[in-house]
Design a protein around this ligand. Structure first.
Ligand code: FES
Ligand code: FES
Length: 212
C-alpha cells in the first residue's frame, strides 16, 4: 500500500502524560494499519491476478497469503520478498541484505520460517504464506508483538518484523527457554541496533507462558 502522506490519528509526542510505551504501542498499531490497511485491501483476488511491474510476466503463482487466496503474475526470476513488497504491496517484510545474511525478510511458508530473499516466488505455488501483516488480529496485537513492546525489544524497528516472524516459528519448534538456547535459535536474525537483551527477554517470556 502506498503512503498517501496522511498521518494516523492518535496521541502526539507532545501530549502531556504520554509515556514512551504508549507512544511505541500507538506507533506499532498505526504502522500495522498503514501497511495492512483494511484486511488485505488492495491484494489481488483469486479471480483478478495482479501484474507485477515487470516487463515480462511469464508466470502465475496461486497461493494463500495471510489466509486469503491470491494469484499473482510475475517473472520466474522474482523472489518472494520482491513479490510481497512490490507485487502485492505488503512492505512489512524488510529487505536488509538481500543475500540471506540478516533475517530481516523472514516470513512463514506452510508455518515454517523462511528467508523470502532466498526464495523464488514460483516455489510457493499452492502453499500458505504468512507475513508480519497477517500476525495481528485487526488492532489486537499478537502476544509476541505485545512482549516486544513490553521489553523494549527494538530501537529503529527495521529488523523487528523478521525477528517476530522468526520468534513465532521458533516458539513452535522444540527448544529451551534459556537465553543461550534462544540466542542460538534466533542466531539468523541480526539487529544492528543491538536490542538483543530485550528480544531474548520477550521470547523468553513468551516461551515461559507457552510452556510454564
Ligand atoms: S534480506 Fe533476506 S536475509 Fe537479509
Ligand atoms: S531495532 Fe534497529 S536493527 Fe534491530
Amino acid at each position: 500500500m502506498k503512503d498517501d502522506g496522511r498521518k494516523a490519528p492518535g496521541p502526539r509526542a507532545s501530549d502531556p502524560g504520554l509515556t514512551r510505551r504508549d507512544a511505541i504501542r500507538h506507533g506499532l498499531l498505526a504502522g500495522a494499519m498503514l501497511v495492512a490497511g483494511p484486511p488485505l485491501a488492495g491484494l489481488p483476488s483469486a479471480e483478478e491476478p495482479l501484474k507485477t511491474p515487470t516487463p515480462a510476466s511469464d508466470l502465475e503463482v496461486a497461493f494463500h497469503l495471510n489466509g486469503k487466496p491470491v494469484r499473482v503474475a510475475c517473472e520466474s526470476r522474482v523472489t518472494l520478498l520482491d513479490l510481497l513488497r512490490e507485487g502485492v504491496a505488503l512492505p512489512g517484510t524488510k529487505k536488509g541484505c538481500d543475500h540471506g545474511q540478516c533475517g530481516a525478510c523472514t516470513i512463514h511458508v506452510d508455518g515454517r520460517r523462511v528467508l523470502s530473499c532466498l526464495t523464488l516466488a514460483a516455489t510457493v505455488q499452492g502453499k500458505s504464506v504468512t507475513t508480519i501483516e497477517g500476525l495481528a488480529h485487526g488492532e489486537e496485537l499478537h502476544p509476541l508483538q505485545e512482549a516486544f513492546i513490553a521489553h523494549d525489544a527494538f530501537q529503529c524497528g527495521f529488523c523487528t518484523p523478521g525477528q517476530i516472524m522468526s520468534a513465532e516459528a521458533f516458539l513452535r519448534e522444540p527448544g529451551g527457554k534459556d537465553p543461550a538456547q534462544i540466542r542460538e535459535g534466533m542466531s539468523g536474525n541480526i539487529c544492528r541496533c543491538g536490542a538483543y537483551l530485550g528480544i531474548v527477554a520477550a521470547i523468553q517470556e513468551s516461551r515461559r507462558k507457552a510452556v510454564p
